[in-house]
Every structure is written in C-alpha cells, then in structure tokens.
Design a binder for this molecule. Structure first.
Ligand code: ATP
Ligand code: F6P
Length: 606
C-alpha cells in the first residue's frame, strides 16, 4: 500500500478507494468526508457531510481492503469493542435483515463502596471529570446529599446506628431514591456513565442494586471500593470532613469525635468486596490506600477498563500543575496557523522570565506546604488530646504527619546540595519537590523549554503535545482560509470540536483529546510539580479537563500567549491561578482566573 509522510512526519496511507468491501471505519481525515464525525451509535448522513477539498471518490483513505471472500457475521446488536465519540464509527451491513438495527448504548453504572472518609466522593469527582472529558456523558448521584437535603434532624453519629430500624430504613430509602434518579438519567437524559456515590456497605445492599439494574438493556455494573488502612491519612481525611456540610460551623474537636463515632457505626455492619461478589461474577475494583494496591476482578469492556486505567494512576500529593503556551513565534506575528516557526525576540524574552518566575513559585509553594503541615499537626494533636490521648502520644503522631509530607516523591529528588544555597526554612529538610517541564516537539515550544536548567528540572519533549494539525490549512491565516475555502471555514465554525481539517494529518479537537489522554493520566500519576509548555488547542483541552468544562466550551477557551495558569489539586476540587506577562517590567502579574470565552468566536486572532 503506497505510504507517504506529510510535512509533520505523520504517515499517510493511500489506499485503493475502490477496494471491494471497504468498510467505513473512521481514519484520520475521515470525519470531514463523512460529515459531522458521527457518534458511534448514529448513522452519519452521507449527504450532509462537510464539504472537503476532495470529492469522496478521490480522497486517500487508510482502510485496508477486506477480502470479499470472508464476510464476517456482523454484530446486529450491541457493540462489544471500544466505542469512542468522534473517534470510532461502526457501520453495520446495509443488507442486514433487521428492519432497524438497534444501536445499543454501552452504559456503565459505577457503584461506590467504602466506609466514610475513604475518598469515595473524591474518586467519583475525578471519574466524572475524566469520563466527561473523554466525551462520555457522566454524572454522580450522591446519597449523602439527598440525606442532607431531606433530613430535618442533624447528622450526628447516632443517626447512623444500624441497630435503630427507623434510621436504617431512612438510610435505605435515601439510597434507593438516589439509585432511581441515576436510572432515570440513564434512560431519559442520554446518560452513559452513572456513578452511585454511597457507602453501599453490605453484600445485601449490593445484590439489591444489581437486581434492580439487571432489567436495563446494555448496562454494565462496576463496583469500586476504597479501602484505607493508613491511620495518618484517615486522620487527615476526617479533619477535612470538619469543613464539609455535616459539620460546618460546629466545634472542630467535638465534630471530629462525632465523625469517628459515625465511622464506628458503619464498621459494625461493613462487608468488604471479595469472594462472595466473585462467586456472583460481579465486576469490581478495590483501591487500597490511594492506589498503593489495586485489585481488579472480572473487568470487561472499554468503559470499565478506562476506570481501572485511571484508578491505577491518581494520587493525593500536594503539587502544582503549570500550563502555558510557547513564547510568541514568528507565525503568531503573521497570524499564520500551524507550521513550525521559531520564537521572536519577545518570545525569547518571555521564556527567560518564565524560567525565573517558575523558580520563585517553586520555593513559595514549598514554604506554604511546610506551614500547612505544621497547622495540620497542631489540629491532629488537639483532636488526639480531646479524644483522651496523652500529649506526648498526640505530639508524636502529629509530628509523623509533617514528616511524611516533607519526603519528596519517589520519582526522583533534586540535588539537595544544589538547593542548599537557598536561605529559607523550606530547605531545612534539604529537599525541594521535583519539577518536570514538558514541551511539544515543535520549535516554538522546544525553544521556550530551553530556558529551564536540566539540573534543576526534568525536561522532556513529547510529540503528543504538538499543536493541532490543520492539514491543508497549515501555514494559512484564517482570512486566507475564509477566502479560499469558505465551506471549510463555515463547517469548522459550525462544529469546532468535531470538525477535522481535511488533508493529510488534519485533526479535530476530538482527535487531540484522545492524543492527550495519556498525558492527562500521566499528570494525574505524577506526585510532583509539572510545567506544560504547549499550544493553544493543547492548553484548552488540558484546562478543560481540570475545570470540567462542557463540550460546548472546550474549543473556545480564552488562552492568550504569554499567560501562565497554575492548577493545584485539592481534596475537594482544584484551586486555579492565572498570571499575565508584563513584557515592559519583565514580570508576571496575578490576575483573576478567567478562561471562558462566552463570545465563542471560532477563529479569534492568534
Ligand atoms: N483512595 C483514597 N483513600 C483514602 N483517602 C482518599 C482517597 N481518595 C481521596 N482521599 C482523601 O479522602 C478525603 C475524604 O474523601 P471523601 O469526602 O471523598 O470521602 P467519602 O468516602 O466520600 O466520605 P463520606 O462517605 O463520608 O462522604 C479526600 O478529601 C481525600 O483527601
Ligand atoms: O482552534 P483555533 O481557535 O483555530 O486555534 C488553534 C490554532 O491556534 C494556533 O496554535 C495559533 O498559534 C494555531 O497553530 C492553531 O491552528
């Protein structure tokens, strides 16, 4: 099969478009031929396809012709392999006998299991963000929220005593109503992944959930249990609960004692996932001590596999995720898209000041971390004494929390000697949290990353961070595209997320999302800081993940050049900061974080 490579080194396969039995599986560039990249379960209307530079008959395709002799028996019902919005398209044989082929939605119900303060909601929030970012409609249904909404009396530990029938019935009712709301969403709001966030602490409860769901077509049930035996983490988690809705505004130490009693109430009846579920052939993932150990049983299907992949890689380590585009390039000045232009003098100045700014922020964060751990230690000490422990025992336990946080991540440790010349307290431990700097393999990004000292940073270039490829429009201005290819210009304006540039290597935002999936998971896996020096589309997609942006916003986020974003994962979400570069005074000024571009102008200037 003839193969060529385009200007960016991508291989382009030129198949024989008239090959017999050609199946319309998607391939780079195919969506613009097939019209809107059809969701996997919709038939694309070939007559409404986006216009392209080539008529369908001329367009080079990368499909391998299937032998006319072997006609695989096509699945007439549900798809059993991965189905990725905008990336895969399964077309069934037109001559199939079924009058209307039933496109089954592969739906997933995730059922959380775990004692209080085991991170269930934390895991749920991350999974919701991850699935939605992958363009699978995902929503969480939390029984605790329903309880708080409906409950007249307070939520003290006594209410959770399983030996009090009235309360046990109420808790079951809250759980049942929550599950029904999830089912309704799946059936009537095109939901794909519904997550049931509750303790679901007994086998009996879990069996009733499976029985209720088995009536739904094409629904897979996956149990995810969070188990934690790390006393320091549990103590820290329970302290975090004091800021939660159940204890807001109440005495911290009394609240901590009450929450510890609530956990004891659940422990009376708690049954961990295990052999009984295996005998029932349930699917489950057991996350132990924030992924230190993960047990997966009977995992089948693409969506469940995504959950395992994600849960193997997340962590709670406090760190910063920095994002910025490359410095100004010569094509930016000319308004030309794509290409591989070098930095301008202003772009070179930006990179020097960026390196100084990041070095300062790295030290400031370490100091903040140290102070936060001391505060946590005081709080733990006070709670332990209130619980009746001796002050010596309490002090020892609390100090170990601080010590545990000061140890750098196990990825690699910057050279303590190199940092010893810093004159502030955070170097007393001799450790500075490691810092990775990732760029794309495009000149403008590589040049920006070159300002970072490889002795103090782990500098890496990644092709998956390259800017979106605009295919035949590479090197053009928006005005030239609008003039020379008005239909393409309008088509992209119509659906910027799914529109794929025609021509070899042409990409859509959805293509780049899937190209960045492994980068997102790697960012979640890292326990130390990272700075990503990307491009406009790359910034939008990564920011959209951490902000949980809706698909209608992703392609329009306002991410100008010489703007630096900082994301700090927190126990209940993320803190975000933005700094604009002042080239005159050569400094970065913190401004309110603001990336949503309500104007939604598809082609704002570069
Ligand atoms: N896998 C995990 N194991 C232990 N702790 C975790 C895990 N993931 C997150 N955490 C920490 O646990 C804290 C509390 O988590 P979260 O509120 O989600 O608990 P929960 O199990 O939902 O509690 P509850 O059942 O009371 O709602 C989080 O803020 C986070 O710092
Ligand atoms: O999706 P939009 O808004 O066209 O922005 C993407 C464009 O931004 C740029 O990164 C501007 O430099 C181009 O290389 C790229 O094609």
């Amino acid at each position: 099969m003839p193969v060529s490579s385009d200007s960016r080194g991508n291989s382009v396969f030129h198949g024989d478009v008239n090959s017999p039995g050609r199946s319309l599986t998607s391939s780079p560039g195919s969506a613009s031929r097939l019209g809107r990249a059809a969701s996997w379960h919709e038939r694309p209307n070939l007559d409404s396809r986006f216009p392209s530079f080539h008529a369908l008959s001329e367009t080079p395709v990368s499909t391998v012709p299937s032998s006319p002799r072997i006609k695989p028996r096509l699945q007439k019902k549900r798809s059993v392999t991965m189905s990725i919005p905008g990336q895969t398209f399964t077309k069934l044989n037109q001559s199939s006998s079924a009058s209307s082929v039933e496109y089954a939605d592969d739906k997933l119900v995730v059922v959380m299991v775990g004692l209080p303060a085991r991170g269930k909601s934390y895991i749920v929030n991350k999974l919701v963000r991850y699935y939605n970012w992958l363009q699978y409609s995902c929503k969480a249904f939390n029984a605790g929220n329903l309880r708080r909404k409906q409950q007249a009396h307070d939520s003290s530990a006594a209410f959770f005593d399983p030996t009090v029938p009235a309360n046990a019935r109420l808790l079951d009712e809250y759980a049942s109503q929550t599950l029904e709301a999830l089912i309704h969403w799946l059936q009537h709001e095109n939901g794909i992944v519904g997550i049931f966030d509750a303790t679901n602490s007994t086998l009996e409860r879990r069996k009733s959930i499976v029985e209720r769901l088995q009536d739904l077509p094409y629904v897979t049930v996956l149990f995810i249990e969070s188990v934690c035996s790390d006393e320091q983490l549990l103590a820290s988690n329970m302290m975090l609960k004091l800021r939660g809705p159940d204890y807001k505004g109440k005495d911290p130490q009394q609240s901590l004692l009450d929450f510890q009693n609530r956990v004891r109430m659940y422990e009376k009846k708690y049954e961990p996932l295990g052999e009984k579920e295996e005998n029932l052939n349930y699917r489950y993932i057991k996350v132990i001590n924030v992924g230190k150990k993960v047990v997966a049983y009977n995992i089948q299907g693409f969506l469940t596999g995504q959950a395992v992949f994600f849960l193997l890689n997340f962590n709670l380590s406090p760190r910063q995720i920095w994002l910025t585009r490359h410095g100004e390039s010569e094509d930016n000045v000319k308004g030309r898209i794509g290409g591989d232009a070098p930095l301008t003098p202003l772009g070179l100045q930006f990179r020097e000041d960026l390196a100084k700014f990041i070095a300062e922020q790295r030290i400031l964060f370490q100091e903040r971390l140290h102070i936060a751990q001391l505060q946590k230690s005081d709080m733990l000490q006070g709670a332990a004494i209130a619980a009746g422990e001796s002050s010596e025992t309490a002090a020892t336990a609390a100090t170990s929390v601080v010590a545990a946080a000061a140890v750098p991540s196990d990825d690699f440790t910057s050279d303590p000697d190199h940092d010893h010349d810093q004159s502030n307290s955070c170097y007393d431990d001799g450790f500075l949290k490691p810092f990775s700097v990732w760029s794309s393999m495009m000149k403008r990004s590589l040049q920006t990353a070159a300002a970072f000292d490889e002795d103090a940073y782990d500098v890496k270039a990644m092709k998956m961070l390259d800017e979106i490829c605009s295919g035949m429009c590479e090197g053009m201005t928006y005005k030239e595209i609008r003039t020379q290819y008005p239909a393409e210009y309008e088509a992209r304006k119509h659906d910027k997320l799914q529109y794929r540039y025609p021509g070899s290597g042409g990409e859509s935002y959805l293509d780049v999302i899937y190209r960045l999936q492994s980068v997102i998971v790697e960012i979640e896996r890292l326990q130390h800081h990272v700075l990503i020096i990307g491009h406009r589309v790359i910034m939008r997609i990564i920011l959209a993940y951490f902000l949980g942006c809706g698909r209608e916003d992703i392609a329009y986020l306002n991410v100008p050049l010489h703007t630096v974003y900082c994301i700090e994962p927190r126990p209940y979400g993320t803190d975000t900061y933005q700094y604009n570069y002042d080239p005159v005074n050569r400094r970065f000024v913190q401004v309110p974080f603001s990336v949503v571009n309500k104007a939604h102008d598809a082609f704002e200037e570069l």
